[in-house]
Design a protein around this ligand. Sequence first.
Ligand SMILES: Cc1cc2nc3c(=O)[nH]c(=O)nc-3n(C[C@H](O)[C@H](O)[C@H](O)COP(=O)(O)OP(=O)(O)OC[C@H]3O[C@@H](n4cnc5c(N)ncnc54)[C@H](O)[C@@H]3O)c2cc1C
Length: 375
Amino acid sequence: MTSPKIETEVAVLGGGILGVSTAVHLLRGGASVVLITESTLASGATGRSLSWLNSAGKRSDAYHALRMAGIDRYRTLFAADPSREWLQFDGGLFWAAAGEAAKAETRHEYEQSHGYDSKLAKPEQISALTCGIDEAAVSDVAVFNPGEGWVSLPHLVEYLMAEFNALGGTLVAEAGKSRVLAKDGKAWGIGTKDGSIYAADKVVVACGAATPAVVEEHGIYIANGSPISALVITEAADYKLKAVLNTPRAAARPNPGGTLALDHGWYEERIVEHPDGSFSIPEEVVQELTEEASRLLEGNPQLTPASWKVGRKPIPGDGEPVFGELEKLPGCFVAFSHSGATLGLIAGELLSHEILSGQKHPMLATFRPERFSRE
Ligand SMILES: Cc1cc2nc3c(=O)[nH]c(=O)nc-3n(C[C@H](O)[C@H](O)[C@H](O)COP(=O)(O)OP(=O)(O)OC[C@H]3O[C@@H](n4cnc5c(N)ncnc54)[C@H](O)[C@@H]3O)c2cc1C
């Protein structure tokens, strides 16, 4: 059953998972939606994300609750069709560097203390919990979180866009760097690089790491802590890995087509930012990451990097998400978050609720943009 059309027209800026999810939830709620993005869909962080669905480790209670709700929405999607190659729930496995067993133990104790499914395992116990791991690579002790999963965000975007199109959404891709238009202190639309104007009752800025720059033009400050990152996709390989691995030298997860997705942070300073704003990573770094990943897998299969993408990973300055309407620019909502994969579905749902109902959702109460100040 389709919802009756309501009178709200919304212009969403940014074709990553947060923009696409918000757009689809708005359409489900009966709004008219235009989704405008600089280049192609998923050309930002969404196209190069490890997208491990989790709330592992320590963070604020509110952020944990939001992430758990995020996982819940993915579980519902998963249950509707567990055979999807791009969304799976087979757990996550973490271990720290040799000699740092206390890190894993502390993490496990904390996770247990608030009911996050967490099991501590010695290397020889891991094969009873999950498959495809070379236990010789595991130092001391690992934490297995059976409730975690992973998603391939480009596939999810494609899936959501089928609904976007069916519900009559309008997509404007290749719009170039676009801006929020405001008059008398209120947002009223989006202007694209070629001068086209999309008037709207409400505007959403979901521009990933560029979100602070887009709202800065209107005198609004959101601290930006987005680091440079890279994601490597391998050729199809012979592996049995099911879980998402977070280990001292490589993070790895299965990826559609029998490939693997890999990332880590140790090579961040070896990524080069060019004057035109593009990035590159030395091929030997990509090779080294691939070799590190091979060491984690049972039988140490030869892994060959097929493609890699580099760019900023959206992270607000204080690490917590930023969601909601800008008090200083009514009519303009923002969605800017680390863990935007885990939050992808729930963030779109709650933000569209706020936009369409005018009511603030309590789960977003601590994530308001106004918490930042320049001092
Ligand atoms: C290497 C890596 C690993 C990650 N791992 C995880 C993980 O394990 N778990 C997890 O939950 N999350 C993870 N994330 C984070 C998650 O992928 C991101 O938070 C999420 O994809 C962000 O989506 P977004 O829609 O906010 O931004 P983006 O995907 O960056 O999309 C923003 C879009 O806006 C467009 N845009 C920007 N400025 C403008 C403008 N002025 N005009 C028009 N368009 C504009 C961009 O072109 C882009 O397409 C990871 C991210 C990276 C990069």
